[in-house]
Design a protein around this ligand. Structure first.
Ligand SMILES: Cc1cc2nc3c(=O)[nH]c(=O)nc-3n(C[C@H](O)[C@H](O)[C@H](O)COP(=O)(O)O)c2cc1C
Length: 337
């Protein structure tokens, strides 16, 4: 194909971070172009990886050409079935544990040849061969798995952001219905881990997907010098990030619920959203850990005013309490008085 650099949109990184949403409604009639998928995979390939061992791989599945589609569909969690069937492609991100045991030596050598590993930082061939590499290679697979899955996550995040920059929607999807089913469908050798599924396509919902989803407050997540001192965000920085499009208007944007109704009607799906009990919503809105802006507060008030909300299943409260207590959590905070 002929693609020139001028055909590729220029979206600044911070803007792409702000634009990214998990897209749950894809246009079933639009295919993502091969060059865009290639660009997303290149973004994954170029993500930082320990010792340059290249443990992350991916299988791109096109339902038009795949013989495994039915088997794949049987494995995906129920709430993701509609998503995968309307997506353009699925990307199965894999982590190859043997990259650690097999490629540590060559990965480091490639870094030395690249001028990245130098004597300045204390790298020394004898020490690397007699200490560093054998120590890394003797890690139990469980430890290696933790390390490598983290970097697969990095690769996926970069691929998703590259997709966002090209107008391609992404969502990560769980395949929890049939544990081990994806590994079996692809016949993966035992040194491979299926790390996550990723659906891509063109959004049928507005690209803003109803607005940026709320997060916990910055200072509840980040700390200064120790783990007790909140790191306070500078309002002037946040204001500048808003101007740059990184921090965007919080969900739900005006018209979001009408949009959901229209999409449901078009595909003969159940309309509406799921609601939580009134006291749960009231408790959540009072929780000072969350960064809730006016849109979500207004929505909560509206939902409470409309009523007809479900009751809390009391028997589940006991179960949640027990599970939380096992982890030493303050159950009053999460379950109320
Ligand atoms: C590892 C991972 C797995 C996820 N799995 C699912 C999933 O199975 N189904 C789904 O609808 N969303 C899934 N999500 C999307 C999150 O629910 C979503 O990121 C969250 O709602 C915040 O929205 P945002 O991504 O638009 O900011 C997953 C996200 C991550 C990071």
């Amino acid at each position: 194909m002929s693609l020139s650099a001028a055909d590729i949109p220029d979206v600044p990184t911070l803007q792409a971070i702000g634009n990214r949403r998990s897209i749950r409604y894809f246009d079933p009639d639009r295919r993502v172009e091969d060059w865009k998928i290639q660009t997303m995979l290149q973004a994954g390939r170029l993500a930082s990886c320990q010792g340059n061992i290249n443990a992350t791989q991916a299988i791109v599945v096109d339902k038009e050409t795949s013989d495994l589609w039915d088997e794949i569909e049987e494995c995906v969690s129920g709430f993701n079935v509609q998503i995968i069937n309307q997506s353009s492609h699925l990307v199965f991100w894999l982590t190859n544990l043997n990259a650690w045991y097999g490629r540590a030596n060559d990965g480091l050598s490639s870094l030395a040849l690249s001028g990245a590993l130098t004597k300045y930082h204390g790298w020394n061939y004898d020490f690397t061969m007699t200490q560093t590499v054998p120590r890394l290679m003797s890690f139990p697979t469980e430890r290696t798995e933790n390390l490598l899955r983290f970097e697969t996550g990095q690769a996926v995040a970069q691929a998703m952001l590259a997709g966002t920059s090209l107008g391609v929607g992404s969502i990560l999807i769980a395949f929890g219905r049939k544990p081990g089913g994806i590994e079996k469908a692809f016949g993966l050798p035992s040194n491979y881990r299926f790390t996550w599924g990723h659906a891509i396509g063109y959004a049928l919902e507005d690209a803003k997907a109803g607005g940026q989803r709320p997060r916990m407050k910055f200072e509840k997540l980040f700390f200064k010098d120790d783990h007790n001192t909140p790191l306070m965000p500078d309002p002037a920085v946040d204001a500048a990030l808003k101007e740059k499009g990184m921090i965007q208007e919080q969900a739900p944007l005006a018209g979001r619920f009408e949009e959901i109704e229209q999409l449901a009607e078009r595909f003969s799906r159940d309309p509406g959203v799921v609601s939580w009990p009134a006291r749960e919503i009231e408790r959540l809105m009072k929780d000072d850990d969350w960064d809730f802006g006016p849109n979500i507060r207004k929505r909560a008030e509206q939902v409470l005013a409309e009523g007809d909300l479900p009751d809390y299943p009391e028997e589940m409260k006991e179960t949640f309490k027990k599970l939380m207590e096992e982890h030493g959590l303050d159950t009053k905070k999460y379950l109320g008085e």
